[in-house]
Design a protein around this ligand. Structure first.
Ligand code: ZN
Length: 491
């Protein structure tokens, strides 16, 4: 008779920007996404795609599933010690109460840092291993914007990481993690993890070359025995961690030496492309000038991505720098989505649609984010509990509003989130196809949804909001030598 594994599954995830003025506590987890055991929604979230996939296997009697807690906090600053201790305790208690387990699967982000713990994921798996012993399979999924520690790898059997940035493959990543973990339980494979430290920190969008070809290449290699899985950790420059930076992860079927060789070769080939990986970016003024010029030649709108005012990277997401520049340049027919300002949203909702009000909005948290805008605005649309789609997941924007002034339409939202899809505009009554310029706040997750609707994409790099230069960031925990802080750390 077939041996049915007993599987426990949980998800705790956030991405900690240790330089952010926003702190992260239990309230932030509870407000963003918190599903008690057996209460996970039927749709996946970015870091919890394991749940719906495992339920399917459970229904087919391929596994016996014990569902644990799944929670996510919108990226922000350091997690307070009590919140981390409580979350960890919660998961460990669920595992103890689950009785004898065969597999533990974790949907993690990989860049979670608490005041009392610089490596939350490593700490979590180490404690889980203590409870379940050496023979239980532990598998996990990571976001590539993470810090991979030795502690984490030592205590884990399987790690799969989203290959795409934008992370459009989060469901596939969870599927691979589940399949490899079950194969390990059935003793069909003996996974050995090799990690190569690329010693590099930059941004690696896979929507452009040279990353596009690199990802396609590793996908092909994954089909070649004894390789079971290949992942690239991109690193997260806003998190001061001893493990900061890119890593190349290769899992082989009991061929550790071969895995070491492949991870070294791929890692060095990535390192050699380091200067061409990040997209070309413009200042605020130049990005608008460029967009103005291009919009005259193209029918479809020009998109400007405000890449560093991205709540997905742990900053507030309420910068007004670009929009203020657009006002001063007298640019018209622009849509911007979105500015996080719960108070301004409340005032718009109170006023109602088709009303004109005096509004003070944006830039409420950091002095570097442009300063608030005071305007007489027209409230075009108000809406409660708005969601935008990202792949098969739904991202809550909270109550939102669309305001108009000076030929500019702006989406204001009350739940901090980056721009994932064109929904963000259409749900608030904005027809982006009619605009000259669209401004979004996101590093690259917007790409897939917006690309068909725009003629050009301009990446605007506005300094001051986000610690976007590893050479200037004041890291204390990072002690390893990495590029670009040193020119060649591999020498
Ligand atoms: Zn990410």
């Amino acid at each position: 008779m077939k041996n049915i594994p007993k599987v426990y599954c949980a998800s705790i995830a956030t991405e900690t920007n240790t330089f952010s003025p926003l702190k992260t506590n239990m309230k932030n987890f509870k407000e963003a996404f918190f599903a008690k055991p057996n209460h996970h929604p039927s749709t996946p979230t970015l870091c919890s795609a394991l749940f719906p996939l495992l339920r399917k296997k459970n229904r087919k009697n391929e596994i016996k599933l014990i569902e644990g807690t799944a929670t996510w906090a919108e990226p922000g600053g350091l997690i307070d010690s009590k919140t981390w201790n409580d979350l960890k305790k919660l998961i460990l208690k669920e595992i103890k109460n689950a009785g004898k387990l065969d597999i533990v699967l974790l949907g993690l982000h990989g860049a979670m840092i608490a005041k009392n713990c610089v490596d939350c994921e490593g700490d979590l798996v180490k404690n889980i291993r203590k409870i379940v012993g050496p023979n239980v399979v532990i598998g996990a999924t990571f976001d590539p914007h993470s810090h991979l520690s030795k502690k984490f790898i030592t205590n884990t059997n399987i790690l799969t990481v989203f290959k795409e940035f934008p992370h459009t493959d989060f469901v596939e990543t969870a599927k691979n993690c589940i399949n490899l973990s079950i194969k390990t339980f059935n003793k069909n494979i003996k996974p050995k993890i090799s990690v190569f430290d690329v010693k590099m920190m930059t941004i690696l969008p896979t929507s452009k070359e040279p990353m596009r070809s690199f990802v396609d290449k590793i996908k092909l290699l994954e089909n070649k025995s004894p390789i079971l899985s290949i992942s690239v950790i991109h690193g997260f420059m806003a998190g001061d961690s001893p493990d900061l930076g890119a890593k190349l992860v290769v899992i082989t079927d009991s061929k550790k030496k071969y895995g070491d060789k492949i991870s070294y070769e791929l890692g060095m080939s990535l390192f050699n492309k380091r200067k061409n990986l990040a997209p070309k970016s413009f200042s605020a003024t130049n990005s608008l000038k460029e967009a103005k010029k291009l919009s005259k030649k193209n029918k479809k709108p020009i998109l400007i991505a405000d890449i560093w005012d991205n709540p997905g990277g742990g900053v507030p997401g309420d910068s007004t720098t670009l929009i203020k520049k657009a006002i001063s340049m007298k640019l018209k027919n622009i849509a911007l989505g979105s500015i996080w300002d719960p108070l301004a949203v409340k005032l718009c909702h109170k006023a109602g649609e088709n009303k004109e009000i005096n509004l003070n909005f944006g830039s409420k948290i950091m002095k570097e984010s442009g300063g608030a805008i005071h305007k007489k605005v027209f409230v075009k649309k108000i809406k409660k509990n708005v969601y935008q789609k990202f792949g098969s997941s739904l991202v809550p924007m909270g109550d939102s509003a669309c305001i108009i002034f000076d030929g500019i339409e702006v989406v204001l939202n009350s739940n901090r989130c980056q721009t994932f899809s064109t929904d963000l505009f259409s749900k608030l009554g904005i027809n982006i196809s009619k605009k000259n310029i669209i401004i979004v706040k996101s590093t690259n997750h917007f790409y897939k949804s917006f690309k068909p609707h725009v003629s050009e994409i301009i990446y605007a790099s506005i300094d001051g909001i986000y610690p976007n230069n590893p050479k200037k960031n004041k890291y204390i925990k990072l002690k390893r030598k990495i590029w670009p802080i040193v020119s060649n750390p591999h020498q």
